[in-house]
Design a protein around this ligand. Structure first.
Ligand code: K7E
Ligand code: CUA
Length: 622
């Protein structure tokens, strides 16, 4: 221990002393930089998932106008999979092969805003994810065992189900209220009759988990306003749903100005259990084959709660006792008491009515107004009684306490956050570990790729008192919302079960054959490493001979039943491609309207001899 002191004696000692002093006082920045480096290092450790290890959470992010679902791992923020839902996908052949082509029914795109994972007892259960399409009025069932879209519902009488999907605590229904109002029925109605004849419509969809399908249960006619976001009640508020509205001005043009006139719009509270009973009792009219419930003719189940100017998100607290409305043009967020609202309904404590629906007295229902900052859009929760609200205009997230209404912390994100998603954030038991800010604008965050930049997301550690941004990554367009589910709740199927009775399946090379019936040709083929067998009898078993004008149905079974051995099936020059997962059978129908020799090849690299996995479609001229 004496040695360093000795070295500091004499001239050398003075020089060294000066150096130390310089380091400490003269270059304050150095220690700041060192601190920042240390901070970056410890943040990197928090999100680092070593090669071969798995993330703790799945983040299911909507793909907006791409119509797809994007699956990320957290905390690494690695993009794991793109799941095609509302739009065709050439990589998997979704929308190319017969089954999904029929499901897409010619639609070229969808606009997927809010995913909803199925729930049991107000917790994500990992069975399915429900998706809704604002662009073309559809709902889809995504099976979370296979991460495949298994059913698609086209919904009549509606326009733009933006205010969706929110699932009831035991997945009895999920609801799709609309952003746009349109006339009910098939009659043409001009905009001069907007207030009387146009309606917002909310659809209750019932999932059938056994068959992985969806069915419309009923619809509810709502005033001609825009319905933006929604949440389901739980606990005290079980049986109720909550929607935010804007354009209660009923403007039909120049909404930017005309829909921002009223100081207050509404949160719509509706008792879905009650409505379901009413519908069961026959209190509905049939419109385009759907049971339509009118809450004005059948009062007692739908109420309005005044909300700050043009609210965007409405979110239920985990205990189901409060709902929070974010007024995007107001600096405050409003927190309402469910108990007080139910009491006001009981006492008919109304301050008026709008479009025939009673308006609850604001002062009787409000619990507190919280000054969160500018442009509040959406709110999520942790496991310690705190709320987190995105501030679009301030480019920040505010953390505030639900009990005290006090703002605890604010953090900058890059930039302009829309939604935010906390782990297990819409359940009665939020995880409290991570929060992801889903930002609308990335600006300078990444290497530039020209005029259009990606969207971005910030990963925020919310386990401590102060929030800490620990990661940032580009995201796919456009992450309106996502839900984050604990990885141990998802159980996937790796290889499809061998089903001897499956229609069109062939389970061995020897059984592969071709059947002809006039100009209809059915190829019952197999794919395996590393060949196609279409006709076992032929000396060229990988060649299909047809005539121009024939319709060819390729029924191909992937008989490789090993994890992740996917084969592709592309026809060169015929604009067709699809994938067949291990153990699956897929059918592709091709009109052979072009004569010539067309190579068939496996498009998904599957083995050392993948390049040899080929064949021919020979189309003889007429
Ligand atoms: Cu982008 Cu939920 Cu469609 Cu808010 S919505 S930001
Ligand atoms: Cu099969 Cu590549």
């Amino acid at each position: 221990m004496m040695k360093p002191a000795k070295l500091l004696s004499g001239f050398a000692g003075i020089a060294a002393g000066l150096l130390v002093a310089f380091l400490i006082f003269g270059m304050g920045g150095t220690s700041d930089t060192a601190d920042a480096d240390q901070q970056n290092k410890s943040n990197a450790e928090k999100v680092y998932v070593p090669p071969g290890e798995h993330d703790d959470y799945y983040m299911m992010a909507s793909g907006g106008h791409s119509g797809q679902l994007f699956v990320y791992g957290l905390p690494s923020m690695r993009l794991i999979r793109q799941v095609p839902v509302f739009s065709p996908d050439p990589a998997t052949g979704y929308g190319f092969e017969d089954e999904s082509k029929e499901m897409l029914n010619g639609y070229k795109w969808g606009d997927f805003h809010h995913p909803a994972i199925s729930e049991t007892d107000a917790e994500y259960d990992g069975r399915a994810l429900f998706a809704t399409d604002v662009g073309n009025n559809r709902a889809a069932y995504v099976d979370l065992e296979t991460f495949e879209t298994t059913d698609m519902l086209e919904i009549p009488n509606i326009a733009g189900p933006h205010c969706a999907a929110f699932v009831t605590p035991d997945s009895e229904y999920f609801f799709l209220p609309t952003r746009f109002s349109v006339p009910i029925g098939d009659e043409f109605v001009g905009l001069d009759e907007y207030s009387e004849k146009y309606k917002g419509v909310m659809t209750a969809v019932e999932p059938d988990f056994e068959n992985e399908q969806l069915e419309i249960a009923f619809q509810v006619m709502l005033p001609p306003w825009s319905y933006d976001l929604s949440d389901a009640g739980k606990g005290t508020s079980g049986g109720w749903g909550f929607l935010s509205t804007y354009n209660t001005e009923e403007a039909v043009t120049n909404l930017e100005i005309n829909a921002s006139e009223n100081d207050r719009d509404y949160i719509v509270m509706f008792n879905w259990e009650e409505i379901a009973k009413e519908v069961e009792d026959g209190n509905f009219e049939e419109v385009n084959g759907v049971k339509m419930f009118d809450p004005v003719k059948n009062p007692g189940s739908v109420y309005l709660v005044p909300a700050p100017k043009s609210p965007h998100g409405v979110d239920m607290t985990p205990d189901g006792e409060h709902f929070i409305a974010n007024g995007k043009l107001s600096p405050t967020t409003s927190m309402y008491s469910v108990e007080q609202a139910l009491e006001a309904i009981e006492n008919e404590d109304f301050q008026g009515e709008a479009q025939g629906l009673p308006i609850l007295n604001y002062d009787s229902v409000i619990d507190k107004e919280v000054e969160v900052g500018l442009g509040p859009l959406h709110t999520q929760f942790d496991d310690k009684g705190n709320a987190y609200t995105t501030l679009f205009i301030d480019s920040q997230i505010t953390k505030w306490n639900l009990d005290s209404g006090k703002v605890i912390d604010k953090v900058d994100v890059a930039y302009s956050p829309g939604h935010l998603a906390a782990v297990e954030g819409d359940t009665k038991n939020p995880g409290g570990k991570w929060l992801v800010s889903l930002n609308k604008i990335a600006k300078d965050q990444y290497l530039s790729v020209g005029p259009s930049h990606p969207e971005s997301m910030d990963l925020i550690d919310i386990s401590g008192e102060q929030m800490e941004v620990v990661g940032n990554a580009p995201s796919q367009p456009e992450p309106h919302y996502s839900q984050i589910i604990s990885a141990d709740k998802i159980e996937t199927t790796e290889v499809a079960a061998k089903d001897e009775d499956r229609e069109n399946a062939v389970w061995s090379q020897e059984e592969a054959h071709i059947e002809r019936d006039g100009d209809e040709v059915h190829v019952y083929g197999v794919a395996l490493r590393s060949r196609f067998v279409f006709d076992a009898e032929s000396d060229k078993p990988d060649v299909v001979n047809v005539k121009e004008g024939d319709t060819v149905h390729f029924h191909i079974t992937n008989i490789d039943r090993d994890e992740d051995i996917t084969h592709g099936f592309g026809i060169n020059g015929y604009n067709e491609n699809f994938e067949i997962q291990p153990g699956h059978t897929k059918t592709l129908t091709v009109e052979a309207d072009k004569s010539g020799s067309f190579p068939i090849y496996c498009t998904n690299f599957c083995s050392a001899l993948h390049q040899e996995m080929t064949g021919y479609l020979l189309v003889e001229p007429e």
